[in-house]
Design a protein around this ligand. Structure first.
Ligand SMILES: C[S@@+](CC[C@H](N)C(=O)[O-])C[C@H]1O[C@@H](n2cnc3c(N)ncnc32)[C@H](O)[C@@H]1O
Length: 225
């Protein structure tokens, strides 16, 4: 699977470099990068899933930290989890974290072009992926995430957003992010709806911001056909 140019150019240090996984796969470091919010954000996402987790779930792209192992621990006997990532090294890291599991499948795929049939999943999760993608890729990823959702299924997105005007990070963090993560500023400038597909009915069930607006949790439901 060819590695997209934006990953090679801007995220080699975080995901591709041979030492990246060993360096970044530390809960405390991920927490530090998220200004101490990792547990809170992860719990807010997990709360959006039924407990036990039922049905078929897709996680679009691996993530450092324990969000995926915790999802796996919550699955009931008939639930299934599919995780997509474009980098075999990241899928290997996830496989090491969760171990072999008969209800979990890992796929080396591009989020912008996923090989799943339409309407395959009850829920799709995008956890801190969209800010890493250029606008066109982000648009395709969201279009694919919605396409593979069953009618009535839910898309759960956690990512950066524009901090409130009183939050100093609004002025400090954007220039830093711009250097390290050049596409993240898009999420400061525009709401998610900008990149959502227009031809499919989606209802916003939740749109919540935390930490002075720096992070957003958005839950969308695909209209039943
Ligand atoms: C989901 S984000 C998570 C970032 C966050 N810092 C974390 O680890 O919690 C990072 C992952 O997205 C993957 N990724 C980026 N672009 C992708 C694409 N087009 N298709 C599939 N995976 C992609 C990267 O390989 C990486 O494993």
């Amino acid at each position: 699977m060819p590695v997209p140019e934006y990953l090679r150019a801007h995220y080699w240090w975080a995901y591709i470099h041979p030492k990246a996984v060993r360096f970044f796969e530390r809960q405390w470091l991920v927490n530090l990068i998220l200004w101490g919010n990792y547990n809170r954000l992860r719990s807010a996402v997990l709360e959006q899933f039924s407990r036990p987790l039922t049905g078929r779930t897709l996680q679009v792209a691996c993530a450092y930290g324990d969000i995926t192992p915790l999802m796996v621990n919550r699955m009931d006997a008939s639930a299934r989890l599919d995780v997509v990532d474009i980098l075999p090294v990241q899928l290997g890291n996830l496989a090491a974290k969760i171990g072999p599991h008969p209800q979990v499948d890992l796929h080396c795929m591009n989020s912008a072009e996923m090989a799943f049939a339409d309407g395959s999943f009850d829920q799709v999760l995008s956890f801190f992926l969209l800010h890493e993608q250029p606008a066109e890729v982000r648009r395709k990823t969201l279009s694919e995430a919605v396409r593979v959702l069953k009618p009535g299924g839910r898309l759960i997105v956690l990512d950066y957003s524009k901090p409130h005007w009183r939050n100093p990070l609004r002025y400090l963090w954007k220039p830093i992010l711009k250097k390290l993560e050049p596409f993240a500023g898009d999420l400061f400038d525009q709401g998610l709806t900008e990149w959502l597909p227009k031809q499919v009915g989606l209802t916003t069930e939740l749109s919540q911001s935390t930490f002075g607006g720096l992070f957003q949790l958005v839950v969308l439901r695909r209209s039943p056909d």
